[in-house]
Design a protein around this ligand. Structure first.
Ligand SMILES: [Zn+2]
Length: 341
């Protein structure tokens, strides 16, 4: 009798250990450990390169922009993050004819840059995290470095990718796939994101959300006394789930003041239509745009890395990360419950 009880106990213990281990391997409920890999130091180091004079203001199709692109690709390689499945390298090439068709400009060929982490459970469902890496180049001999616009979003996406890659290495990889998309031609009319949305690598129907980051390193005059805020635009336009999860993740992990002022469809600035997420939203893909508002150096030569508030950049990057984490791991993708207008 005694012997049997002992054996049963051993068996029960072994069984419970095994189930605990299995549960632990799949438990992605807490992103804190990986969120904390996002640091001011990393973001600053990368931004001082991306927004340096060497990149000549990253004008669409220019040698400076291509140089910035090579630096970004090098970071992805260093972090063991590959280009997407179905692509042959880190570039989505965009012909000049496409870039110039809409406004009759004279732009050369250019490239979106992409990197990818495959999901462990629903690899066919894809989350896009986007930021434009082009800026306005050189005007009258002055280099416009675009540290905030959108060097800040560029390095944020790279840092978020690094955190997801480390999570994957530890057995906590995202359940859905993530496409890290650095688009070109934004300043000329959102061309790179429009090209992607018309030539998507993954079906639009399988693209669950776009998290877009454009200018998150500064503050506007409305927030002269604090940088602990971010404008959230577009989250509820197509999906109540997306809005709710942004609010919930922020409440839980980052506690940034979420400002919805520019989300008002009647707001005269119409920021909702003015950055790359819009090219996803117009195809019915839920999208959220994180933004710090405009400031005196917006599209000016003074948009320099020295003027970035790295604590704010870090906190907003962490917010975008925990939102992405939830999107990539939650049981159901955000439901589209609002009409496409
Ligand atoms: Zn921008």
């Amino acid at each position: 009798m005694k012997k049997i009880i002992v054996l049963l106990l051993i068996a029960a213990t072994a069984f419970s250990c095994k189930t605990t281990q299995l549960a632990a391997a799949k438990d992605n409920s807490d992103p804190t450990k990986y969120m904390d890999l996002i640091t001011e130091k990393d973001l600053k180091t990368m931004l001082y390169v991306v927004a340096s004079d060497e990149m000549e203001g990253r004008e669409t199709g220019s040698p400076g922009q291509k140089k910035a692109g090579l630096y970004m690709i090098e970071q992805y390689k260093n972090n063991g993050i590959s280009f997407p499945k179905g692509a042959t390298d880190y570039y989505q090439h965009i012909p000049a004819a496409f870039l110039n068709a809409k406004y009759k400009e004279n732009l050369p060929d250019s490239e979106n840059i992409w990197a990818y982490i495959e999901g462990s459970e629903k690899p066919d469902e894809v989350l896009v995290i986007s930021a434009h890496y082009d800026h306005v180049g050189i005007k009258k001999g002055e280099i416009y470095n675009g540290a905030d616009d959108d060097g800040s979003g560029t390095v944020a996406v790279m840092e978020i990718a690094k955190a997801f890659a480390k999570a994957k290495k530890d057995g906590h990889g995202p359940k859905r796939s993530i496409l890290f998309l650095h688009v070109t031609g934004e300043e000329h009319g959102l061309h790179g994101s429009r090209y992607y949305s018309e030539n998507p690598l993954f079906p639009i129907a399988n693209t669950i959300t776009d998290v877009n980051i454009d200018m998150i390193g500064r503050r506007d005059v409305e927030h002269a006394n604090t940088n602990n805020y971010v404008y959230v635009i577009g989250a509820d336009r197509l999906s109540s789930d997306l809005h709710n999860l942004v609010v919930a993740q922020n409440e839980k992990y980052t506690k940034v003041d979420l400002d919805f002022k520019f989300n008002d469809p009647k707001d005269p600035n119409h920021f909702y239509e003015r950055s790359d997420h819009y090219n996803f939203a117009k195809h019915g893909i839920p999208a959220v745009f994180f933004f710090n508002g405009v400031h005196a150096d917006y599209h000016g030569k003074g948009d320099e890395p020295e003027k970035i508030e790295y604590d704010a950049l870090t906190k907003r990057t962490k917010l975008a990360f925990v939102v992405a984490w939830d999107l990539a791991n939650r049981a159901e993708r955000p439901v589209v419950d609002k009409p496409l207008k």
